[in-house]
Design a protein around this ligand. Sequence first.
Ligand code: NAP
Ligand code: ZN
Ligand code: ZN
Length: 351
Amino acid sequence: MNTYTVKAFGTQAPEADLKQMHIDRREATAKDVEIDILYCGVCHSDLHTARNEWHGTVYPNVPGHEIVGRVTKVGSGVSKFKVGDLAAVGCMVDSCRECEYCRKGWEQYCEKGNIQTYNGADKHLNRQTFGGYSERIVVDEDFVLRVPGNLDLAATAPLLCAGITTWSPLKHWKAGPGQKVGIVGIGGLGHMGVKLAKAMGAHVVVITTSPSKVEDAKRLGADEVILSKDKAQMKASAGTLHFVLDCVSAQHDVNAYLKLLKTDGTLALVGAPAHPLPIAAFSLIPGRKSFAGSTIGGIAETQEMLDFCGEHNITSDIELIKIQDINKAYERLLKGDVKYRFVIDMASLKV
Ligand code: NAP
Ligand code: ZN
Ligand code: ZN
């Protein structure tokens, strides 16, 4: 297979900083779209993976799965895109396409495992996949998304992971009018969860550890805000929520948030801390409560979310950074010091 070299930013070891490097990309095959990457969001999963916190990272690692850019080349069999179009890529670049779940459009739950945009098994080049902290990416058109033309492009990038990862469970558990929905952890995912749940018509309750986010949460669309470190506030809201979406990246006590659910309520975890989270039996039994999980969303569902955001003018609140500042951004991410998503201006890689 023919390849060419592009600049990228990545890391060689768990404790090493990210640095500029060169990687290879395949020349577009018949079904491929080649994208010049303009912006790439910085997800906490990038940090978990770069530092091998979930184990299984293959080095070098080039993170980035909130990708928007412009099409520079299409293969002879591509029908959805042409050169010059805007295009986006999220957390997956392929799946088996044959299993029960792929056939339903649930490629994220592919029986063989979806192929992740970075640190996945690249079936073309027989190595790990490399993500969006790079000049270009080449992806099968079936896994490339269309970008609504009316949205700010940099602020659209985070929809590709933070947007779909909160959209999918909110839809699955039927967030909407008459539902009280709690969002825990107002980072990249959480702030998108607030905006999307509000736009779906739910009554939105933000649950945060950060006093500095209380007023801001209302601007994002929250109807109520609970400071989770204030025991009296948590107690006053016990048994009031139909659904809780837990977007926390670090170890935390899930039992405290399960108490907020009504009988038959569900707490769905999308946050992915590195270590197990203990659950007390009596956090679930008395109210017939469910503790669940959810990962990203299927391709059709991701397009549906992007189109919804176009119609409702929803984007992420971002802080635009240069790629040379990525290591500093990771340190700030760990402190919860971002309102609410870092996005890399990829022009900084090209200078
Ligand atoms: P982020 O921007 O760093 O946000 C995480 C938020 O969690 C923080 O802003 C903070 O919110 C809260 N938090 C942090 N430490 C906490 C603690 N000790 N106790 C309680 N709350 C705490 O991260 P993100 O990019 O949104 O990602 C969140 C998590 O989701 C990560 O683990 C990521 O890997 C995972 N993820 C999963 C999927 C999936 O498919 N399931 C997809 C993408 C990301 P407050 O200041 O409001 O408390
Ligand atoms: Zn992500
Ligand atoms: Zn499959």
